[in-house]
Design a binder for this molecule. Structure first.
Ligand code: FAD
Ligand code: DLZ
Ligand code: SF4
Length: 508
């Protein structure tokens, strides 16, 4: 046999680089559900069911095309439980000349793959994952010699290089970034369209049964299950976004409404990240919708910035900085993750809503992840390792390449400012402006101190006090430290006292 092609669970694309020269007469595909991948962190039940079902559907499509394939299910009696074990079994059985795999999404998996040529005495061909616009080497070239690696400059470069949303050599509309127009607070009454709801077929039903049986102790609600699990379904979900939500995506990108977990977001990260949708096609279609006059510029620019900018940028940072990036803890944060991150049992209504929605859907939209959950993790000084593990577990779109920079860099400032120019810290006023959570909270957002005050209000200042030595030199924090310097001693004492009281209840 010529090539054995290993397709990982987040590589479910027919035009994957490892499949490009596939010859059914001499090549063979291997896909496997393995215990180690499902448990190295205890992924949300819905995430496992989603990925197993998407993998099984993809394998079925390849087989229907006549491609020879071995698929190991989780409960196959001979399943070794690891990628290495399954590759070894397949090599023994098929004696391939070469093992081919597309570059994986996690450093941990890359290391494992790189060990196979010596372990199994086989040549291993690791191919570029060209589903991304920018390769890790191209990102490293861009980063070389730069004092700071800001997303905005990277994004402009990629737009130019790929001629996306450009008017000649100028950005469409004259500005690179319409972020200022992406911050409308929610209206009192909002008509949010219903999200995509897929049907559970027999394949998905089997996966739900496996997860219910084997992963009962994992976090999250398994049912109702409604994710797309095939490319056709994912394309339909994308169409639905373009038709029903895209027009308002720009305005309400940062808005949060109690009982509306999906808002005007696209809900395609799960599909992009596992390969059912391709970033290039999504960006192209968004651009066409704008030039057809279907959506305003602030919507299309905001959407494309997330995919072409942030998504590519965090992947670049990940591969540039690993493995050290996973160990970063610039602010020496050591507090344990409070138990309510798993139960939602807190009186802070914003946190409760975001955690319970995460539990139900394996999804929360960006501003919930960043400005509610992330903001709390930052202000409370939670241990980066534990926070990273939580985010990797709970979201169906989470793989380390995208999760780690968002957590370590964007929310925790644990990389000391390599990704974000200042910590994304905010008091309760921000959450009040951008949501209606405060209306149903037992804390008072207008109160700054005391047992009834919104904890974000005093935790905000306590954070800057606690981290003064590391942060005071940052020019973007001059206002915050200026205010602190002018603060009366009694006020500082009250902040510290409230924070201590709050933390003592957390530590209980
Ligand atoms: P939309 O709001 O509709 O955005 C469109 C697409 O842009 C997304 O599908 C996603 O592919 C991309 N995107 C947007 N923001 C980012 C970003 N910051 N980084 C990378 N891609 C982005 N995204 C993940 O895909 N996996 C993760 O594990 C993940 N962890 C996150 C952790 C934290 C702390 C934060 C603040 C953000 C995280 N994100 C992650 C980014 C973002 O929150 C999600 O991509 C987004 O909420 C997915 O929902 P959506 O598809 O409706 O996105
Ligand atoms: C996330 C995940 C899970 C839960 N299970 C599997 C699996 O059984 N088999 C598989 O091939 N991939 C799985 N994945 C996705 C992998 O963790 C992912 O491919 C690697 O982390 C590389 O990004
Ligand atoms: Fe959250 Fe504070 Fe508002 Fe309560 S008052 S919902 S804790 S921001």
């Amino acid at each position: 046999m010529r090539n054995l092609i290993l397709i990982l669970g987040d590589q479910l694309s027919r035009d994957l680089s490892s499949l490009r020269d596939f010859d059914p007469s001499q090549d063979h595909i291997l896909m496997c559900e393995v215990w180690e991948e499902a448990t190295y962190v205890k992924h949300h039940k819905k995430k496992i069911a989603f990925l197993f079902s998407a993998m099984r559907h993809f394998a079925q499509e390849l087989e229907a095309e006549g491609l020879p394939l071995t698929y190991t299910k989780l409960d196959d009696p001979d399943n070794s439980g690891t990628f290495s074990g399954e590759v070894e079994r397949a090599i023994k059985r098929l004696s391939p000349q070469k093992l081919v795999v597309t570059f994986p999404g996690e450093y941990r998996v890359l290391q494992e793959i790189e060990s196979w040529s010596t372990r199994f005495d086989v040549s291993v061909d690791i191919r570029e994952d060209d589903r991304f616009f920018v390769t890790p080497d191209e990102f490293a070239d861009w980063a070389k010699g730069r004092k700071s690696l800001r997303m905005e400059y990277f994004y402009r470069q990629v737009r130019q290089d790929h001629n996306i949303l450009m008017d000649g050599d100028k950005p469409e509309g004259g500005k690179w970034n319409y972020d200022q127009d992406n911050r409308k607070p929610p209206e009192k009454e909002m008509d949010v369209p219903a999200p995509y709801r897929g049907q559970v077929d027999d394949i998905t039903k089997d996966c739900l049964d496996v997860v219910a049986d084997r992963f009962d102790d994992h976090f999250g609600d398994l049912e109702p299950f409604y994710f797309a699990v095939t490319r056709d379904q994912a394309l339909y979900a994308l169409d639905k976004f373009f038709a029903e939500r895209f027009g308002q995506f720009g305005d309400y990108q940062d808005a949060m409404v109690q009982g509306e977990p999906w808002m005007f977001h696209s809900h395609i990260s799960f599909y992009l990240n596992c390969g059912l949708l391709h970033p290039r096609e999504v960006v192209k279609r968004a651009e066409i919708a704008y030039y057809d006059g279907d959506v305003p510029l602030n919507a299309v620019e905001g959407f494309i910035r997330q995919i072409l900018g942030w998504r590519e940028y965090v992947r670049g940072i990940y591969w540039l900085k690993m493995p050290d990036y996973a160990e970063e803890n610039a602010l020496n944060a050591t507090r344990d993750l409070p138990w309510f991150f798993w139960t939602g049992e807190t009186h802070m209504n914003c946190l409760r809503q975001c955690i319970l929605e995460t539990k139900q859907n394996a999804y929360a939209h960006h501003i919930q992840r960043l400005m509610v959950l992330g903001n709390f993790a930052l202000l409370a000084g939670l241990d980066p390792k534990q926070v990273n593990e939580w985010y990797l577990i709970v979201y169906a779109d989470a793989y380390e390449w995208v999760e780690l920079p968002n957590v370590t860099g964007m929310i925790l400032y644990a990389d000391g400012g390599e990704l974000a120019s200042k910590p994304y810290a905010a008091g309760g006023a921000y959450i009040k402006r951008m949501s209606n959570y405060c209306e149903n909270c037992s804390y008072k957002v207008s109160q700054k101190n005391g047992p009834k005050a919104c904890p974000f209000n005093y935790l905000y200042w306590d954070f800057f006090l606690r981290n003064k030595d590391q942060l005071k030199g940052n020019p973007r924090l001059n206002n915050a430290y200026g205010t602190l310097n002018r603060m009366k001693d009694e006020k500082i004492e009250a902040i510290r006292h409230d924070a201590q009281r709050f933390f003592s209840t957390l530590d209980d």
